[in-house]
Design a protein around this ligand. Structure first.
Ligand code: SF4
Length: 338
């Protein structure tokens, strides 16, 4: 049994121990509705705004005075999100919080010399995601089966088992790779915690920010139409962005030119890039307009060929790709050459 300190709860507020801590301190929703607590409600709202713009909320975990407000801002954010009931916001929040926790897990794993610090991240991975992580000098090791179950979601070459150091049925990983493997599960875990929360009513002082969340969500309502008919290279690029990961410039170019060729507009495509770690609305719009030919010299760019995408490691060919030379041809019935 690990004794969690308040700093641990600031880092990992989704743990069950958070509820116990707040109960022990006597916090309840009715009390948090008092106008004196308004700054925490604002903090919670700000935490959601940060998350929805694809950023990662930063906590001052050295600030002893405000540790309770850090924990409470997470809890109240969940209350606001549940009351607004907007799946897009919940999804963005859980992904951003998963990425935030990932940072702390990585930092804690790197403190190998301090066994107490190492205990908690290993326990989180074991208890929440059933991944047994062990240490071996500078590396972290997990079983091949645990690795394969998770690495299957990544298409990049470095995640292929053949490119990993494997010894006696165990895969060797860095701290970053170890936590990266569980991001999806962490995201799913936080999301399921939010879904499970039942809030019969909220204090009056929360209502204004719940309404503001509806306005905030409107920004994300112009979603690009994602079709299951897209070729794997395009689906992969969309998934990478959806996970809040970095898609190389060549991948962004491929995605934009492909969707433009399918009749989507720059306005419809732009929201796809909102989760990118380096997202900048103005730059994204400028680049999309440029690719679409509506700015600059008016040159409209075409989707790169499959050969070019293969050379850029952006191709994830499947049998249905057979015979096409450009992703825009995917799914079209080909007439036999005679
Ligand atoms: S073969 Fe072409 S369409 Fe298929 S995944 Fe590769 S680049 Fe995309």
């Amino acid at each position: 049994m690990i004794q969690l300190g308040i700093r641990d709860l600031v880092k990992y507020p989704f743990l069950a121990e958070t509820g116990e801590y707040l109960r022990d301190k006597g916090f309840n929703l009715e009390q948090l509705g008092h106008p004196d607590w308004k700054p925490i409600v604002e903090k919670a709202y700000g935490r959601i705004v940060v998350a929805t713009t694809g950023q990662i909320y930063g906590s001052a975990i050295e600030d002893f005075e405000n540790m309770d407000s850090e924990i409470l801002s997470f809890v109240i954010a969940i209350v606001l999100l549940k009351s607004a009931g907007i799946p897009t916001l919940i999804k963005r929040f859980s992904l951003s919080e998963a990425r935030r926790a990932e940072r702390y897990l990585q930092r804690d794993l790197l403190q190998k010399k301090n066994e107490t610090k190492l205990e908690l991240p290993l326990k989180i991975m074991q208890d929440l995601f059933s991944v047994k992580v062990m240490t071996d000098k500078e590396d972290f090791v997990i079983s091949v089966s645990d690795y394969l179950k998770r690495a299957v979601q990544f298409h990049e070459k470095e995640w292929k088992l053949i490119n990993r150091r494997v010894e006696n049925g165990f895969v060797f990983l860095t701290a970053h790779e170890t936590v990266r493997l569980i991001r999806k599960e962490l995201d799913g875990y936080i999301n399921s915690k939010i879904q499970a929360v039942n809030i019969p009513s909220i204090p009056e002082t929360f209502r204004e920010r719940v309404s503001d969340l509806s306005l905030l969500a409107k920004k994300f309502s112009e979603y690009v139409i994602v079709s299951s008919d897209y070729p794997p290279c395009i689906k992969h690029a969309i998934e990478v962005l959806d996970r809040g990961e970095n898609l190389p410039h060549s991948g962004r170019f491929m995605l934009a030119t492909y969707l433009l060729s399918k009749g989507q507009t720059a306005d419809q495509i732009a929201p796809l890039f909102k989760n990118a770690p380096d997202y900048n609305e103005r730059v994204t719009r400028y680049q999309l307009d440029h690719i679409a030919g509506s700015s600059g010299k008016g040159t409209k760019y075409s989707c790169p060929s499959c050969d070019k995408l293969k050379s850029e490691n952006l191709c994830f060919e499947i049998p249905e790709c057979n015979g096409i030379i450009n992703p825009t041809q995917f799914g079209k019935k080909r007439t036999a050459n005679v």
